[in-house]
Write a protein that binds this ligand. Structure first.
Ligand code: ATP
Ligand code: ZN
Length: 212
């Protein structure tokens, strides 16, 4: 019988909730030691463990059929894939922050600034919409230290509680995206895979309903 391949984050903020979602859907998963992939015991599902940034590309290519990834990553990567369901965990926002000591009145205050981010596409799109001209510096990690070391004037990064910003002497001034984990899918599933996905979606929706 056909199986559906689901990509989930190998480790990190989405891992526990992704595994828990499968469990709540009564899907039994044995996680092996190598943790590259595993097969569900009672549902036609193969689980691939990947870096979250790689999931959209793998979904477009069909290496995985469906996957759990943050909306932030999905929108930044702009792959040809489809969101099937929002999952209610991994909630955060993509926000612009500036040093606490700076006065901020309006978005035009960002004109001419150097902004450090791991989300160059989403930041560029936001600035174009607002007619802001800023210099975008793409960096892959520890974005919040960029102003402190003189690499940029401000940052755009994921925020949930705001404590990381606070600890780095930054304050949030604009939100550019509200994000949460979503279930996304390859555009060309085979008929039998579609049937499995529908079964999985039905279970996920029941789990979501039971929580409300
Ligand atoms: P990987 O090793 O898979 O590349 P990562 O370090 O890029 O992991 P995590 O920090 O584990 O990613 O975050 C995964 C996702 O969790 C984010 O893309 C986002 O959707 C969500 N998330 C929720 N809250 C936060 C937060 N406060 N900071 C960062 N990500 C958050
Ligand atoms: Zn990542």
């Amino acid at each position: 019988m056909d199986k559906l391949k689901i990509a989930i984050q190998k480790s990190g903020r989405l891992y526990d909730d992704s595994i828990k979602l499968l469990k709540d859907c009564s899907i039994e998963v044995n996680i092996g030691i190598d943790k590259l992939k595993t097969t569900a015991l009672n549902f036609p599902l193969e689980i691939l463990f990947l870096r979250d940034d790689d999931i959209p590309q793998y979904l477009e290519d069909g290496v995985a059929d469906i996957g759990i990834v943050g909306k932030n990553v999905l929108l930044e990567k702009r792959k040809k894939i489809k969101i099937k369901e929002t999952l209610g965990f991994g909630k955060c926002r993509l926000a612009i922050a500036i040093p606490k000591s700076l006065v901020y009145k309006e978005i035009n205050d960002l004109n001419g600034k150097r902004i450090a981010t791991s989300y160059p596409f989403l930041v560029r799109e936001f600035f174009e919409k607002k007619y802001i001209k800023a210099e975008i510096h793409e960096i892959s990690g520890a974005v919040e230290i960029a102003p402190g070391i003189g690499l940029a004037d401000c940052i755009c990064d994921l925020v949930s509680s705001g404590s990381t910003l606070f600890m780095n002497g930054l304050k949030e001034v604009e939100t550019i995206l509200q994000s949460e984990a979503v279930l996304a899918s390859n555009l060309h599933l085979r008929e039998e895979q579609n049937i499995i996905m529908k079964k999985l979606l039905f279970r996920i929706r029941s789990v979501k309903k039971a929580k409300n």
